[in-house]
Design a protein around this ligand. Structure first.
Ligand code: ADP
Ligand code: MG
Length: 693
């Protein structure tokens, strides 16, 4: 395959635009994309015509405004290009249809910000993210807003948050004599996923309805041998990955690394980073393509954060930084960070933002599924802290303690083998246990769930850092001696937010009590994490930065809690159905057969104790009773919840229903280990995790 020529072949990319658009139109469009200039709508007609011609040449017959409603998924409604022309048709895309669409908004979540009788919603073209052709349709990335202008999606606020950070970062840069057209945040989301066979998947109702296994006894060989990470790829997996890469590349997605992850059947794909809104769009597309390509191979791609208990969950590391249009990375420490006032200022702003807004950041990654991962053994704990590594950690320590900093030159490493080259050692070691780690020239926010739309976390990150920049700029623009004022500010802020820095093992048992002493938040589930979003301070930062209106901020928190409640409800109902209709009858049948066996043996052999069967019968009968009692309790508690009342309902889900589900799972999982596999209604963890040969 000729990769360079296939790369991006399905994308209306910069080079295609350049080739197909009139020069002036192209220039105007680039000004919007690169410098954030408002779109000159008079060019829309010409862009639409070129886009349509290009799409038709790729076999497209339809176009769709592609958007990201608050369901967390993507949405699309296809219209064909055809327009009657006498007794024939012509293919046409007008400027107006490129710029706005009007899908019926009433069936998308709005958190009450739009009554259903006011169902008007509009999609508006986002020219900064390229259009593409997929399966005969031209996809036009758009934002989704209501008739009254409230955003109904994840992309609108994301773009606003990028505008906010652009404006404030430029003020900081200007102080240091750096002029630029635009500061954009960049994101490289590393995507983890599981692959199992379709055949096994189809036998599990829980995977199909909820994305995770609700029952399942642990497998005898999990990940303890640590032999899967970076292990040799199985043939079927490597065939899948090759197809996946080709497909991703054709959409211009820079899939760079692929490897086996820690858990059996778990893998990862890391793309090269891009501007945040493009990274979000391509990540959404990546997830969709992963599922499609897997299906072609008779496989299923599981994107749920915790498909299997006792096995590592899947996350999405959000590598995040800020760069100017001329390529200056604001988080690049350079060789002498201690002398780099701009870098120290940016670092202090991020540290301050993360400390001040731990609550919203934590909430931005909260979901029913991610709750199983945060705080579990492999994942970052639910406590937000910042890891800086040895070099920067020492630099910050010296500032806070007022000691002189001895520059730790990044040490040169040698492999200790004469033939091997001397290589520059990284200034930051890898720390896998920190939720928010500095990794060389970017921060890696690791709490995001694997199926999340990464907008939420980035909206928050951009907004809170913009706010810190704003405060810094307000102060420093007035200073007579910038260098002196900046260093005083840095020292003051680092001292004030020193508690958020934690350079040691985030999984260790000492961290929780230590974090509590420092007054850091530790919200272990969505129902407890989301309500901080209603606090005045956490609403006003988004309002101040022009990212959410007050109503939007509240509506979004409501939707999170509502969504959480709905998911737990579906899981509980699925569990009940599986237990009542499959598990209990299966165990009962098995017990009945054991009883018959005992009776038959007794008839032939007379009075022998038959301890094996009898013990098993007693044990299973008792566990089946325990399961039945747990079913009754779960049904009763679930029935008592008023799901409309989202605050109390989400609390009840977290603190009553989840423990109830746990109480049901326990006897069922134990019964699985005692029941003949011929009787057990579902594939085991072994069948699932080792299904791909
Ligand atoms: P590491 O070795 O720390 O994992 P890599 O260079 O392998 O770092 O990058 C990991 C991810 O971080 C990749 O997706 C990469 O594209 C992304 N990344 C690298 N630099 C940046 C940056 N400046 N902004 C955002 N993401 C970045
Ligand atoms: Mg990583």
């Amino acid at each position: 395959m000729n990769l360079p020529s296939k790369f991006g072949e399905n994308v209306f990319s910069d080079s295609v635009q350049k080739e197909m658009l009139p020069k002036e139109v192209y220039k105007a469009l680039r000004a919007t994309i690169e410098a954030g200039k408002p779109l000159d709508t008079s060019i829309a007609g010409a862009v639409a015509a070129a886009m349509k011609d290009w799409a038709v040449s790729k076999g497209a017959t339809h176009y769709t405004h592609w958007f990201q409603p608050l369901t967390g998924l993507t949405a699309e409604k296809h219209d064909s290009f055809i327009e009657p022309d006498g007794d024939k048709v012509i293919m046409r895309l007008t400027g107006k249809s490129l710029i706005v669409g009007e899908p019926d908004a009433s069936s998308f979540p709005s958190g009450g910000s739009r009554a259903t009788y006011m169902a008007r919603g509009y999609t508006a073209w986002d020219p900064t993210s390229p259009a593409f052709v997929k399966e005969g349709t031209l996809y036009i990335p758009t934002i989704f807003v209501s008739y009254t202008g409230e955003t109904l999606d994840k992309k609108g606020p994301l773009l606003r948050s990028m505008t906010a950070i652009d404006a404030q970062a430029k003020r900081i840069l200007k102080l240091f004599g750096i002029q630029c057209k635009k500061v954009a945040t960049t994101v490289g989301p590393e995507q983890e996923y599981f692959i199992i066979t379709e055949e096994e998947y189809e036998k599990r109702k829980d995977l199909q309805l909820t994305g995770r296994t609700l029952f399942g006894a642990p497998v005898t060989r999990g990940q303890e041998l640590e032999d899967h990470y970076f292990g040799v790829l199985k043939t079927k997996i490597s065939e899948f990955m090759r197809d996946l890469d080709e497909e991703l590349w054709s959409y211009g997605i820079l899939s760079k690394t692929k490897h086996n992850e820690v858990a059996p059947a778990q893998h990862e794909m890391a793309p090269v980073f891009s501007t945040t809104n493009v990274a979000v769009d391509t990540n959404m597309l990546t997830m969709e393509i992963m599922k499609k390509v897997a299906k072609k191979h008779g496989l299923v791609c599981l994107l749920h954060e915790k498909p299997f208990r006792g096995i590592n969950g899947s996350g999405k590391h959000n590598n995040w930084s800020m760069s100017t249009d001329s390529g200056l990375n604001l988080l690049d420490p350079g060789n002498n960070p201690e002398q780099n006032t701009l870098f120290k200022l940016v670092l202090a702003a991020v540290i301050k933002a993360v400390d001040d807004y731990q609550g919203p950041l934590r909430a931005s990654v909260a979901s029913a599924a991610n709750d199983h991962r945060l705080g579990a053994n492999e994942a970052p704990p639910a406590i937000i802290s910042v890891y800086l590594g040895d070099q920067l950690g020492a630099m910050v320590d010296s500032i806070v303690k007022g000691e002189k900093y001895v520059s730790g030159e990044a040490p040169e490493g040698s492999l200790g083998v004469p033939e091997s080259p001397i290589f520059p050692k990284d200034a930051t070691d890898r720390n896998r246990t920190s939720p928010f780690a500095f990794t060389g020239n970017k921060f890696e926010f690791r709490m995001l769930g694997s199926q999340a739309n990464v907008s939420d976390a980035n909206i928050c990150l951009n907004t809170i850092v913009a706010d810190a920049f704003q405060q810094f700029a307000d102060e420093l623009e007035r200073a007579a001696d910038l260098e002196k004022a900046a260093n005083e500010l840095i020292e003051r802020e680092l001292k004030a937010h020193y508690r958020i820095i934690f350079n040691l093992d985030g999984y260790g048992p000492e961290w929780e009590p230590e974090a509590e002493k420092r007054g850091l938040l530790n919200k272990k589930n969505t129902a407890d994490a989301v309500p901080v979003l209603y606090e005045e301070k956490n609403i006003s930062v988004f309002v101040r930065q022009g990212v959410f209106t007050r109503e939007e901020a509240i509506a979004r928190a409501d939707i999170r809690l509502e969504n959480y409640t709905k998911i737990i409800n579906i899981e509980a109902l699925t569990m009940l159905e599986m237990a009542k209709r499959d598990v209990i009858p299966a165990v009962s049948d098995f017990v009945a057969d054991l009883c018959q066996n005992v009776a038959a043996k007794q008839a032939v052999c007379g009075d022998i104790p038959y301890a094996t069967e009898k013990k098993l019968i007693t044990k299973l009968a008792a566990l089946n009773d325990e399961a039945s009692a747990a079913i009754e309790k779960l049904e009763k508690d679930l029935g008592a919840i008023n799901k409309e009342d989202i605050g109390p309902a989400s609390q009840a889900m977290a603190h009553v229903i989840i423990p109830d589900m746990e109480a049901l799972r326990k006897p069922v999982d134990e019964m699985e280990t005692l029941t003949s596999s011929d009787y057990w209604p579902y594939p085991s963890y072994f069948d699932l995790l080792y299904s791909v040969k």
